[in-house]
Each structure stands twice: as C-alpha cells, then as structure tokens.
Design a protein around this ligand. Sequence first.
Ligand code: HEC
Ligand code: HEC
Length: 252
Amino acid sequence: MTTETTMGLMERASTTIGRSHLTAAALLAAVAVTAPAVFAQTPAAAQAAKLVDLPSFADARKIADTTCASCHGAQGEGMPAAGFPRLAGTGGAYLQSQLDAFASGYRKNSVMQPIAQALSQQQRIELAQFYASLPATVSVDKTAFLEPDPSNLGEWLALRGRWTDDIPPCGHCHGPTGLGAGEHFPPLAGQPASYLRDQLQGWKDGLRPPGPMALMVLIASRLNAADIAAVANFYATLPAKPQPAPRQGGPQ
Ligand code: HEC
Ligand code: HEC
C-alpha cells in the first residue's frame, strides 16, 4: 500500500470518526486491514526499525538507572502503588511515540513532559528500544479468561465488549490476556488502576494525542465513568504475578 492510499484511508477514517458513524465491527476491520500499512509508514516506526540492531544500550541503560528507575522501577516494572506505569516489554514504537508526544507537549503530564524534553531525540529512541527489550514483568493466568462473569462489568468489557454501544472487547487489540500485542498495542494487565483511568479520561479531555487512527479516542468516548472505573480495576487486579525477571540492563 502506498503512503498516499494510507493517508487517504486515515483521512476517511478520521472523517467517519468525526461523524461518529464508525461501528465497532468497522473499527476492528479497519485496524485489521489498514493498521499494518499505517503503522509501517509512520516516521517513528521507520526510525525504530532502523535502530533495532543497536549493538548496545549503554547510554540508555545509564539514563534509565539514574533518571527513570526511581519511578518506573529498576527493571521497568513500574510502581503500581504510586500509579507509575510499567514500561518493560511494551512495544518500542509505542514507547517512542509517547516520549515524543511528552516532549512536544502533545501528551500532557507535568511529570513526564520536562523529563522527555530534557532527552535528545536519539536518547528517546534508545530508551524506548531499551525498555521494549526488557522482559515483561507480569504474567497472567490464561484460565481466568475462559468464562467471563457477566456480573463483572470490567471483565465483560475487556473480553466481550458491549456491542450495543459499539464498544469492541479491549482484548481484541490489547491481547487476549491484556499483555499487549506487537509494537503498537500497549499492555493493560497489571498497570495501575489510577493510571489506566487517567489515560481513558485523558482521551476524553484531549490531554492525550489521538494515537493510531484515533482508535482510543473513539473507544474512550463510548465508555462512561462506571465503565472506565470497572475496566481499569479489572486490568489492574488481574492475577498478575511478578516474575523473577533477571535484570538485563544496568551498568556492568
Ligand atoms: C518522577 C517520576 C517519573 C520519572 C523519573 C520518569 N517517569 Fe515516566 N512516567 C511517570 C508518570 C507519572 C507517567 C504517567 C503519565 C501520564 O499519566 O500520562 C509516566 C509515563 C511514562 C511513559 C508512558 C507509558 C505508557 O504506557 O504510555 C513513558 C514511555 C515513560 N514514562 C518513560 C520514562 C523514561 C524513559 C524516563 C527516564 C528518562 C521516565 N519515564 C522517568 C513518572 C516518571
Ligand atoms: C481497535 C483496537 C483497540 C481496542 C479494541 C482497544 N484499544 Fe486501547 N489502545 C489501542 C491503541 C492503538 C493504543 C495506543 C494509543 C497510542 O499510541 O496513543 C491503545 C492504548 C490504550 C491505553 C493506554 C495504555 C498506556 O500504556 O498508556 C489504554 C488505557 C487503553 N488503550 C484501554 C483500552 C480499553 C479499556 C479498551 C476496551 C474498552 C481498549 N483499550 C480497546 C487500540 C485499541
């Protein structure tokens, strides 16, 4: 697919989204058909791809240890009690786009904006790749997902969605157990509930950039306050047991 047709698709998608005519099924179909091409064309993805073969993350490791670890943990595992998200094992292109968005002020957060602004573009790329390379620090018991409980609103939205309101199951894009998928769909499992809530509200309030095809703007707009609280609590309290992940970074 050429860049031109990709742009055309994205424009059409956002026009439709603007008119709120995009159904959940169309949303998923659009992602399945166009997402790989759309993602492959983004400059961030192209840049990240070029850097996958970096021989070492020495600089990134040093910055991670001295600047990021105090909030995101020594292994990028996050700090649920404080609401700081996990970074380990999240897609590199996604992490880089978020650091870039903080740096440009497009994604608003008083803590992360100055930190991202102080980094060079190269450092943001390397830090994103570094955290993506660390093993995810949560694992989820898949058997918990076989029979969603209809009385558990969060679990039901995550696994079944609510098609009457055109809300697709979160797991379709974030992985069946919420552990994320590929470079662009971040994990939700084990992230702090307050963090997940703030992100969904952030799209409603225009504090977060729309992201690929504005998918989350549309989905968040269809979730009410009770939905947001329930789905955030569900993912935050998944049977996520910490794995003894050996530290791969750190100064030697
Ligand atoms: C003082 C605490 C603090 C420090 C230090 C810190 N962060 Fe953060 N970070 C946060 C908070 C809080 C958020 C959530 C912001 C929000 O709600 O939008 C966050 C979010 C992020 C995100 C977005 C995660 C996602 O899933 O979208 C990335 C990427 C990130 N930080 C990278 C870094 C890197 C790299 C460093 C070191 C250079 C760093 N942070 C240092 C507190 C911190
Ligand atoms: C059609 C695909 C799709 C579906 C379905 C979907 N998401 Fe997302 N979600 C995304 C994408 C893509 C991103 C990354 C956005 C970006 O790059 O800014 C994302 C990001 C997020 C984030 C931010 C994570 C972080 O680390 O900051 C949250 C929270 C989230 N989604 C919650 C949900 C919930 C809850 C549902 C179900 C009600 C859901 N999503 C359904 C595609 C989807």
